[in-house]
Design a protein around this ligand. Structure first.
Ligand code: NAD
Length: 269
């Protein structure tokens, strides 16, 4: 998208130092947003992400390193953004994933996945959305998953967190539905539900499958896709970025409370 229709808007994208979050931040930067870059990363990774955002057209980038397992750290980050005018666009993207059967998943796995994937979004939304309501424009884009719509074995905490964020998004979409108007753009809350998407998050699952099927990484990926994703193609993070930006347009004012799959037909089955 070349047109800078979001010029001057401020976007906070959690977990944007890499992967899907960075691709969304790049797409928002290209559309004219000031960027709140966020994630747990070393200095080199943060600098590389900043460079990519500048190359995409970002004129103002602020980096936040709040650990999303800590509500206090989230509150401090949101107070900081509020002090600088607040966020117009909030993308709750940060996520963690660990696979284990219900019997083998320990307490720490559950607590971490629920805190990062679900509770953090509750905190950022409750703190950012009142100002969006007052302005009559706001966008919350929550990166759920195909696992917010259907289940798979060995992912109980992850699936619970993603179903949870779909529910949280629907409630907040209803609570803010009547704020603003067509001209201001309204306040909307939607989930994007990706299937397999090329990022570091899924490398352990690719490795595990490659060990089982043999024949190298491509064979492992092909086997994962064959099982669930009928197009047999992974998504690129930039494709999720394009959809996220599109949802931020004023003409998307009546799209709220949805959970949009980008899953190659996974949930059509
Ligand atoms: P990734 O591992 O590449 O990036 C995760 C980001 O979250 C990083 O920036 C990391 O620093 C941040 N993060 C993790 N724990 C954090 C913490 N405690 N505090 C602050 N930041 C933290 O992952 P990705 O694949 O880009 O995933 C992004 C989102 O997309 C996640 O919510 C994930 O569940 C979802 N998703 C991914 C896929 C996929 O196939 N990659 C599929 C469906 C959904």
């Amino acid at each position: 998208m070349s047109d800078r229709f979001l010029e001057g808007r401020t976007a906070l994208i959690t977990g944007s130092t890499q992967g899907i979050g960075l691709a969304i931040a790049e797409a928002l930067a290209a559309a004219g947003c000031h960027i709140g870059l966020h994630g747990l990363a070393d200095k080199q990774t943060v600098e590389a992400a900043k460079q990519r955002l500048q190359d995409a057209g970002a004129q103002d980038i602020r980096y936040f390193d709040a650990d999303l397992r800590s509500p206090d750290a989230i509150e401090a980050m949101m107070a900081d953004t509020a002090g600088c005018g607040g966020v117009d666009i909030l993308v709750n993207n940060a996520g963690v994933q660990r696979t284990a059967s219900l019997a083998d998943a320990d307490r720490k796995t559950w607590d971490t996945i629920l805190a990062v994937n679900l509770s953090a979004a509750f905190h950022t939304m409750r703190l950012a959305m009142p100002a969006m309501g007052e302005r009559g424009y706001g966008r919350v884009v929550n990166i759920a998953s195909v696992h917010g719509l259907v289940a798979s074995v060995d992912k109980a905490p992850y699936v619970a967190s993603k179903f949870g964020i779909v529910g949280l998004s629907r409630v907040s979409a209803l609570e803010y539905a009547s704020r603003g108007d067509r001209v201001s753009g309204g306040v909307t809350v939607n989930c994007i539900c990706p299937g397999w998407t090329e990022t570091e998050l899924i490398e352990p699952q690719i490795d595990a499958r490659t060990q089982i099927v043999g024949g190298g990484r491509d064979a492992g990926i092909a086997d994962l896709l064959k099982e669930k994703q009928p197009t047999l193609r992974m998504s690129e993070p930039s494709e999720i970025g394009s959809l996220a930006v599109w949802l931020c347009h004023r003409h998307a004012h009546n799209i709220t409370g949805t959970a949009i799959p980008v899953d190659g037909g996974w949930t059509a089955q």
